[in-house]
Write a protein that binds this ligand. Sequence first.
Ligand SMILES: [Zn+2]
Ligand SMILES: [Zn+2]
Length: 334
Amino acid sequence: MSAIGSPRFDPAPKAAGFQPLATFLAPARWVPCRPMRTLLHLVMPLVCVLALPALAADQDDELAKTEIKTTPLGANLYLLQGEGGNVVALTGADGIALIDDEYAPLAPKIEAALGKVGKLPVKFLINTHWHGDHTGGNAIFGQHATIFAHENVRKRLLAGATRPDGRVIPPAQPAALPVVTFEEGLTLFFDDEEVKVIHLRPGHTDGDSAILFKKANVVHLGDDFVTYGFPFIDLNSGGSVRGMIAALDTLVPQLPKDAKIVPGHGPVSTIDDVKKFARTLEEIADTIDKAKKAGKTAEQMKKEKLLEPWTPAWGHGFFKADAFIDLVLKDSKS
Ligand SMILES: [Zn+2]
Ligand SMILES: [Zn+2]
């Protein structure tokens, strides 16, 4: 598990299982560029190495100011958005089932927001994948909740990782680990809802799951579907560009056509938005592969602005066209 927020930000420093930001950022003393911070786990390739004190304080201030926005999704389902990945909460008669949990320092705020729409505690927690902006609160919610996730989520949290830039993500503490893992999926019957957890083939990572709330007709797609633009795909966590397209193409026909889609990051979307996302991703990957086959290097593709046709729509996120060219080329090599 990873967390953002420095020890001095830590809202509950003595809480058992709490893992402060230091464990996430300190080894390399990295501080991400501020505009990129919303997707902290995605900034890894783009990290800015800057003087820590001022920016760490800035980062802490920003998180301290973060408010959790709650949006009803129908039935007893809610979308919670602060910093990090989208959180979905299913409220029941005697507890809550939660999908993802953003960052550890936000856990008290998330809990407070949950208390306004449902009855605490969080009894079940399902992680869509292992990245810290989706599992950062695991150690805190895991004190009361049973955590479910694909087996690769547990493996990667347990192992930690060293990023290509040398940054170390330490192994998660026991309280942050999923205690029930699965290979293909599972079904959780909670209150009056049937929650289908479906493992997707390697896409954003190799431990991705989509979560379908059958009665509410809502699907959380994790980071296999995002709306911020060129999507970050974590090749170092077993992800794959073509895999992400295939995962979506396999899943979408299984979903109700009128389902509400919760992306990993971004506003509530539709099935058509997901289809368009997958096709756009495919067009871009095809374009890069074609240029590669024509003998073009990454530098040439960037100089020629190969992804210009998609940049007006997809170039506004933190992950830019040039970085995406590198990612697709790196993926096609493996
Ligand atoms: Zn994310
Ligand atoms: Zn992610």
